[in-house]
Design a protein around this ligand. Sequence first.
Ligand code: ADP
Ligand code: FRU
Length: 292
Amino acid sequence: MANILAVGIATLDIINSVAAYPAEDDEVRAIDQRVCRGGNATNTLTVLSQLGHRGHWAGVMVEEPDGRHIEADLERHRIDRSAVLRLAQGKVPTSYITHNLANGSRTIIHYRDLPEYPFAEFKKLALGRFHWLHFEGRNVAETRQMLAWAAAQAPGVTRSLEIEKERDGIDALFPLADVLLFSRPFARGRGHDEALSLLRALHPRYPAATLVCAWGAAGAWALDRHGEHHSPAFAPPRPVDTLGAGDTFNAGLIDALLQRQDLGTALAQACRLAGRKCGYQGLDFINQGAQK
Ligand code: ADP
Ligand code: FRU
């Protein structure tokens, strides 16, 4: 059991399941609707918690009815929230998600109007009690200070950084993390049609880092100073829901690396876990029995 701190967001996810993805300007009926907590960092923590770890969330919460929904879910997963910054006013970030029942795809429209978690809060944390620090590459200026502070205050604690979207100056974060988790949209935005092409381009600049890039149903690639690795995806018997596959992948990788598995094995474990998740609705799948 490890203590894992994740800095990032919790959202309210409003998920409409439809029989087929609608065309623009269509009017379609949702077959099902679910409202649940989401957000990359907290999704990853709830999976890590099911794997037996103790998750600690550093993010911003608002005292409003939707916020209570989020709190209840984090409580259910025993996520420690003592690092949370609580605001009296505002709106929790909300995602409007179209879930295509035909293939499990998820299309996300995300709305946010809330300050990001600031370095001033992060600085108050006693970092030495954590075994792993995970960051979303969001607010570059604040995240940069957090990563640099963590490197100085707790140099022995591994820092992973998720780079999902292009943001101004985000490269400044790369030398400050040990494990860099890139997304397919990020790679494509930088002109790479393949994961390995991005990783090979970055490796000379960050030779000590572990570079990882997940690529949906094609699996994932990784590169570190010892070499390159690929794991295929593990397709579930029936693709049900891919929302949070990447967050689950990150949890699987963190768990495997904490257990000192080599990178190739860790990559395969992360893909296996994410693939299994795609066969279930939601993220509470680890203690589920065989699929129906
Ligand atoms: P995100 O949720 O961030 O879009 P990705 O699509 O990159 O994440 O997927 C992350 C990982 O989840 C992949 O490396 C793969 O192992 C697994 N995965 C994603 N989609 C599927 C799928 N349709 N079938 C099996 N595994 C999948
Ligand atoms: C899935 C997810 C959703 C959330 C959105 C935020 O990866 O974390 O739960 O609404 O992404 O970008």
